[in-house]
Write a protein that binds this ligand. Structure first.
Ligand SMILES: NC(=O)c1ccc[n+]([C@@H]2O[C@H](COP(=O)([O-])OP(=O)(O)OC[C@H]3O[C@@H](n4cnc5c(N)ncnc54)[C@H](OP(=O)(O)O)[C@@H]3O)[C@@H](O)[C@H]2O)c1
Length: 259
């Protein structure tokens, strides 16, 4: 219970990654001030309020990044802030490119602000996050697994997979470990879709999963991302087979797929 007596804020708390973060923080004894845009929407709050320890130590607040000063009173007096909320709305030709640009600019601005204001900041940059859903709605990265299950073909794409539970734990370790510094890139395994499909087929042999790539171009190459720095946070990456299985089982349990 390392968090006993400590108060932390989690922004965008009802999101996919943040919900796991809130769950683990409560388990560790923290008091959590969680921000959501609409505290009256049960789809955003019910799963958080049902978490172990929520009754005693979870407090919900309304805050929106697009409203200046909206977070000030929530963050005030907190020992730490986990900032996961993201206001990205993409109605453009190349959403992936604009997403990357928005994240890069946001991180640069955060580093500049942290340096100018003497804030002790660490950033966590996960790959493509999968694993069980706590919230009732589907988020973008888990939807990718749903598409692999339901598609006629698989995309010619290489993913940097990482488990949501590892991502949430990395946030906590980065906060708790005094030696944590700088940026952490979190990638468990990098695999072309053709290889990911092989794992899914082995896990679910009875399913009619796509065998053909969506195009006949050379496969997008795989590459490496060093795990050394993340391992210094004490993160042992969840095997991809486990993450994929837990994602599919969660999609089943929440009725996004039926088989
Ligand atoms: N999932 C991935 O694979 C992945 C990979 C790398 C980085 N990330 C980053 O990790 C963060 C969380 O991702 P996620 O997958 O957990 O996303 P998510 O489930 O879509 O959650 C995003 C959260 O952001 C909040 N939000 C959106 N606009 C906001 C605004 N204007 N003001 C305040 N809050 C706002 C939403 O809050 P409400 O529910 O209150 O509307 C939502 O809960 C994001 O910054 C994302 O870019 C995700």
């Amino acid at each position: 219970m390392d968090g006993q007596g400590k108060v932390v804020c989690v922004t965008g708390a009802s999101g996919y990654i943040a919900s796991w973060l809130v769950k683990l923080l409560l388990q560790r004894g923290y008091t959590v001030k969680a921000t959501v845009r609409d505290p009256n929407d049960p789809k955003k709050t019910e799963h958080l309020l049902a978490l172990e320890g929520a009754k005693e130590r979870l407090h919900l607040f309304k805050a929106n990044l697009l409203e200046e000063g909206s977070f000030d009173s929530v963050v005030d007096g907190c020992d730490g802030v986990f900032h996961t909320a993201s206001p990205v709305v993409l109605i453009v030709d190349d959403p992936q490119l604009w997403y990357m640009l928005s994240k890069t600019l946001a991180e640069e601005a955060a580093w500049k602000f942290a340096k100018e204001n003497g804030i002790d900041m660490v950033t966590i940059n996960p790959g493509w996050v999968i694993g069980p859903l706590l919230q009732p709605t589907l988020n973008l990265s888990v939807e990718e697994v749903l598409k692999l299950l339901k598609g006629d073909t698989f995309p010619n794409k290489t993913h940097r997979w990482v488990d949501v539970r590892d991502v949430a734990m990395a946030h906590i370790q980065a906060y708790e470990l005094p030696t944590a510094r700088g940026r952490y890139c979190l990638v468990g395994s990098i695999l072309h879709c053709s290889e990911t499909m092989k794992i899914l087929r082995k896990l679910y042999p009875a399913l009619n999963l796509p065998e053909k790539c969506a195009d006949d171009k050379p496969y997008e190459p795989a590459y490496m991302v060093s795990q050394e720095k993340t391992k210094s946070l004490g993160i042992d990456f969840t095997p991809l087979e486990v993450s994929l299985k837990d994602t599919v089982e969660s999609l089943r349990e929440k009725n996004f797929v039926s088989f």
